[in-house]
Design a protein around this ligand. Structure first.
Ligand SMILES: *[C@@H]1O[C@H](CO)[C@@H](O)[C@H](O)[C@H]1NC(C)=O
Ligand SMILES: *[C@@H]1O[C@H](CO)[C@@H](O)[C@H](O)[C@H]1NC(C)=O
Ligand SMILES: *[C@@H]1O[C@H](CO)[C@@H](O)[C@H](O)[C@H]1NC(C)=O
Ligand SMILES: *[C@@H]1O[C@H](CO)[C@@H](O)[C@H](O)[C@H]1NC(C)=O
Ligand SMILES: *[C@@H]1O[C@H](CO)[C@@H](O)[C@H](O)[C@H]1NC(C)=O
Length: 439
């Protein structure tokens, strides 16, 4: 017993001294650690100013020094060591040495060293990262107008970025995917992105925008826009001013031609020959005006449009109606009225059915309380069941008022209509009412 107690005491003492020893070592190391320089990495955009700061928590008046990646001393305490007007002293004390490098160039990038001249010398490393600003991008490949069917390559190029910039393409504000290629140019990068496609007339006048995104461009990206020009052969259509031209009326045909270059002037012919009556038939720009129609003006009028890529023509067969005949055989107003009535009826059917449907869905919570609702499989059936029990006129009135209100939501609810079987059936039966009345 005594021997074991003794052993414990011995062990305890031994442990205690070990702990004490460790603590002593720690405090000694701690005192030394405080006299250590601390510097932080710095990232700046080229052309701006970089501040390099080195700090020491506790210092016994030992000197601090900054040196560049080439190991040249820049400042030793407050004393300038390198002839470079861009490098200036910001603050020098026993606790801090801060210098600034203005108009930073990509070549300034690298590891800078802060040294504290204790024995032995202690150092801190700080990496200066310089961001290269991308140049304004340029688009090539749009200088010459393309011809419909051509394979066109648009290239957007920007150099000077570091790290390599991102390029995005937009075709009239809609993003399109380009092929990116990056080449190192010294310390910066040349980035190019190409778009290759076959052009058609729909590409004529389309704006292609190239934007450059980069960390150094904190606000808006750099961008440039070019408008693509595509040459294409003419396409002609003739518009006429009257549906039933009658003798004695003023009549106008317009030759609507598209094409690049724009085919101008256009030429008019009648039945393959020149216009027969220059007094009554006047050509003004793309229009052919017949001041007073005559039966003899019957015939085929053709407008020809041509550019260096080709030609096209449009034709209009003129039939000059006799005003007296039109009165007898003109469009049947009774028939037109009938058609309008049918269209209106169908529209009303649609609106009412849709309204009922919407009202039903709105009234689900109220009608669910009605008898027969509990064992209904869904809301629709529940309402149908409930309807059978309470066929009050008042309710129905409210029903249709609600329906009318819900027509306002017609647009947003349109989608549901196609998928709702009950609704479709109601619509069909409504249309049937029309058929019965019609026959
Ligand atoms: C560099 O330090 C100077 C002086 O403290 C200060 O005016 C300037 O804004 C600092 N520049 C940067 C980029 O931190
Ligand atoms: C540091 O130097 C200053 C004078 O420049 C002196 O007053 C101070 O006592 C010195 N401190 C140490 C810790 O040597
Ligand atoms: C400082 O930059 C260097 C080089 O980029 C890197 O290796 C290091 O981890 C950075 N240090 C800190 C504290 O960010
Ligand atoms: C139509 O032309 C003929 C011959 O040019 C002429 O005699 C006739 O009066 C014209 N009719 C009208 C309605 O102008
Ligand atoms: C005009 O053409 C229509 C049919 O194309 C024909 O019935 C009518 O007789 C023609 N009138 C004259 C004056 O040629």
């Amino acid at each position: 017993m005594i021997s074991s107690q003794h052993l414990l005491i011995v062990l305890y003492t031994a442990c205690g001294s070990v702990v004490e020893g460790e603590a002593a070592t720690k405090s000694r190391v701690k005192g030394g650690q405080d006299q250590v320089p601390i510097a932080q990495n710095v990232t700046v955009v080229e052309g701006s100013t970089a501040n390099m700061t080195c700090r020491v928590e506790h210092n016994d008046n030992t000197s601090l020094q900054w040196s560049n990646p080439a190991q040249q001393t820049l400042f030793f305490g407050d004393k300038k060591a390198l002839r470079d007007n861009r490098i200036k002293l910001v603050r020098a004390s026993w606790k801090e040495l801060t210098i600034s490098i203005s108009e930073v160039a990509l070549s300034d990038e690298g590891q800078y060293t802060c040294s504290l001249f204790t024995m032995p010398v202690k150092t801190a490393k700080a990496f200066l990262t310089v961001l290269g600003v991308p140049d304004k991008p340029e688009i090539t490949g749009v200088a010459e107008p393309a011809t419909e069917g051509d394979q066109v390559t648009l290239t957007c190029l920007t150099s000077g970025s570091k790290p390599a910039a991102e390029i995005r393409w937009f075709r009239n504000d809609k993003e399109v995917e380009g092929i990116r290629e990056v080449n190192a140019m010294g310390r910066s990068f040349m980035v190019r992105s190409t778009l290759q496609f076959q052009v058609d007339r729909s590409d004529d006048g389309v704006a292609y925008t190239c934007t450059v995104d980069h960390v150094s461009l904190s606000t808006v990206p750099q961008q440039v826009t070019e408008v693509l020009q595509v040459h294409y052969a003419p396409h002609v259509e003739i518009m006429h001013s009257l549906l039933f031209p009658q003798e004695g009326q003023y009549f106008k045909l317009e030759c609507v031609s598209k094409g690049n270059p724009l085919p101008e002037p256009v030429t008019w012919t009648k039945d393959g020959g020149d216009l027969p009556d220059e007094e009554r038939m006047i050509v003004e720009g793309t229009e052919l005006i017949i001041t007073t129609l005559n039966k003899t003006d019957n015939g085929t009028y053709r407008c020809n449009a041509q550019n260096f890529l080709g030609m096209d023509y449009g034709e209009y067969k003129l039939y000059v109606y006799d005003p007296n005949v039109i009165a007898q055989h003109g469009p049947d107003h009774g028939l037109i009225g009938g058609v309008v009535a049918v269209v209106v009826f169908i529209t009303l059917c649609f609106i009412i059915v849709l309204g009922r449907y919407l009202a039903r869905h709105k009234g689900t919570y109220l009608t669910n309380e009605a008898k027969g609702a509990e064992d209904a499989p869904d809301a629709d059936t529940a309402i149908i069941n409930a309807e059978g029990n309470h066929a009050h006129a008042e309710e129905k009135k409210e029903y249709y008022q609600e329906a009318a209100r819900n027509v306002v939501h017609l647009k947003s609810e349109n989608l549901g209509f196609a998928n709702n079987y009950t609704l479709r059936e109601e619509y069909v039966s409504c249309i049937h009412v029309l058929d019965v009345h019609h026959i």
